[in-house]
Every structure is written in C-alpha cells, then in structure tokens.
Design a protein around this ligand. Structure first.
Ligand code: ADE
Ligand code: ZN
Length: 339
C-alpha cells in the first residue's frame, strides 16, 4: 500500500479537528496585514523574517512568539477574518467539525473585552455552518502561567456567553504549572455545564496527566504523549476511553519528538488508546490537518484501518451530540479505501 494511496484516503475521509488554537492559525501574511490595519509595530518587519524566526527547541520558545503575534488581533473583524481563513483551509482538507481553543486572557492583557474575540469567531462559525455545513465549538482556554484567580475572573467575564461555549481548556507553559493549580476553577466550570480538557504530557511528566484526571476531572486529554512512559497510566486512559488530541507536526517543531519516525501515534493506537490527529498551531508548525496526516503516513507504518480509526476517534471524542456523532461515523464507514 503506497503512502500516496493512504494520503488520498485520509483526504477523502471526513475529519474533526479537536486541538486547534485559533490564534495559532495566524499566518505571517495576515499578521503583517493586521499590524498595518491596526497600526501596530511588530518585532518582525516581513513575512520572511517571521517565518525564519519559527525555529523552536521547546514549548516556551514558541509561546513567546505566539503571544507576540496575537498582539495584532484588536477588533471583532480581525477575529472574524482569522476564523474564516482557518475554516477555509480546514474545509479544503475535508475537516467537517472543529473545536477551537481561544485565549481571552491573552487578549484581555491588551484591554480587549471578552465580547470582541468571541463575537468575531461566532459570526464566522455561523457563516460556515450556513454555507458549507461545517460545525464548530468553542473551548475557552485558561493560561496556566497565570494564576487561578485570573482564570476565575475570565470565567466570570465569560458568564453572558456560556451558552455559546462548550468547554474550558488549559494551555501555555506546562512545566512548573501542574494541573492541581486549577482544580477549583475547573470544578466551577463543570458546575456551569462546561466540558473539561487540559494540555498534559506534552513537555510535562506522566504525573501531570494523572493530575489532570484526578484533580481536573478532564473529559479529554490534549497531547498526552508522555503518558506512554507509565504503563499503569496507559491502562487507565484506555479504561476511561479517554480521547487524546495528538499533534504530530507540533511535536516535531517543539522537539517533543526528535524525528517523526519516533512519533508515538501508531504505538498509541496499538495500545488501544483513542488517539486523534490535529494541527495545534498550524501557522507556526508547518501545516494544517492534511499536512499532519501526510507527515505521520510518511513516517509511521500506519494501515488504512489505522487512518479510518483516527478519523472515527476524532468525531467520537468530540463534544457533538450522540446523534451527530453517529451520522459522521456512518459517513466515515461509507468511504472506500480504493476509489
Ligand atoms: N498554546 C498554544 N499552543 C500550545 C501548545 N502546543 N501547548 C501549550 N500551550 C499552547
Ligand atoms: Zn495546544
């Protein structure tokens, strides 16, 4: 079975993206255009200069640039344009459903009220649903380098919008910021009917994954790579049928893996874990959904059934209703490997 045939199959399968930071889809071209529109002076003077700076040895190297880039986002229109640009790219990869992380705390530091970002995003989601039948959900991401009081303040600001937010997440600098730091605000989010996800085991140890289960009571695990260092934890994740939102190109760019051939995605599937493929911050890490599939298909010995399973896991692990999940899963079953 050739890689080209497997890539073609992956392209034809309907897919859900469960780990996508909207702000991480800000391409340098749009960053420059928004800097001009909003009269903001950036550290980078050109698209080429920005791209040349996208070399990272660890998560924090990336986060420093990511927060620098998000500065250009100032108006509802900026968030609308950013969301539409991402949705157009995702649609080209046959992504049918997206669960977006967004960072209101990062934007509050620039004085943006909560309503500015979320209104622009929601308008874009409404349009793409009406035009293309693509669906989207929102995950309010708490920044773990800030304290829990700041997360509580953001949850309070989000109160008028909670009927349009599906979940909370936990992202930013992992090491030194264990999940228990956010146990109370996650409990408060759950009381408000929100689903719970957290980044864990990207750079942080298996204990941070265990802490996310025990203290945050997560419904979904973002990354989770380092869980594989602990057989008991793997057994627990398997038992819970916990979805892992794995991000291959991100892992390569942030040196979570040294070489794509060492990526744990195939091992995760072989262990019975519910792994999915996602792009994380595609503007910074070298590509969107299909670029991630291409990278793992070329590097790992994935079968056609592995690929079908990855796409099924993405809908099964989404926050869609059971009926919506069934419809997507049935559509996946109808896609033949060879056309
Ligand atoms: N924020 C945006 N992308 C992230 C990642 N890969 N890990 C942690 N925080 C992030
Ligand atoms: Zn992420």
């Amino acid at each position: 079975m050739t890689a080209a045939a497997l890539i073609d199959f992956a392209r034809r399968l309907p897919k859900a993206e469960l780990h996508l930071h909207l702000e991480g889809s800000l391409e340098p071209e749009m960053m420059m255009a928004l800097a001009r529109r909003n009269k903001i002076s950036l550290a980078f003077k050109s698209v080429e200069e920005a791209r040349a700076a996208y070399r990272f040895t660890k998560l924090q190297d990336f986060l420093d640039l990511y927060y620098e880039g998000t500065q250009v986002l100032r108006t509802e229109e900026d968030f609308f344009d950013l969301t539409i640009a991402y949705l157009n790219r995702a649609r080209a990869d046959n992504v049918r459903h997206v669960e977006f992380f967004f960072d209101p705390q990062g934007h509050a530091e620039r004085g943006l009220p909560f309503g500015v970002s979320i209104s622009g995003i929601l308008t874009a989601l409404k349009m793409s649903r009406a035009q293309f039948g693509m669906t989207g959900k929102l995950i309010l991401c708490f920044l773990r380098h800030l304290d829990e009081d700041a997360a509580f303040a953001t949850l309070k600001e989000a109160e008028p919008w909670l009927d349009r937010i599906d979940a909370v997440g936990l992202a930013s600098s992992e090491l030194g910021h264990p999940p228990e730091k956010f146990a109370r605000v996650f409990a408060a989010a759950k009381e408000r009917g929100l689903k719970l996800c957290a980044h864990a085991g990207e750079e942080g140890p298996p204990d941070y994954v265990r802490g996310s289960l025990d203290h945050l009571k997560i419904d979904r695990l973002d990354h989770g790579n380092r869980s594989l260092e602990d057989a008991d934890l793997v057994a627990r994740l398997k038992d819970l049928q916990m979805t892992l939102t794995v991000c291959p190109l991100s892992n390569l760019k942030l040196c979570v893996v040294k070489d794509m051939r060492e990526h744990p995605l195939k091992r995760m599937l072989d262990l019975g874990l519910k792994a999915t493929v996602n792009s994380d911050d595609p503007a910074y890490f070298g590509g969107y959904m299909m670029a991630n599939f291409e990278a793992v298909i070329e590097a790992l010995d994935l079968s056609a059934e592995n690929i079908r399973t990855l796409t099924k896991n993405s809908f099964a692990g989404s926050f869609l209703s059971d009926g919506e999940k069934r419809a997507h899963l049935a559509a996946i079953d109808k896609v033949p490997f060879q056309t």
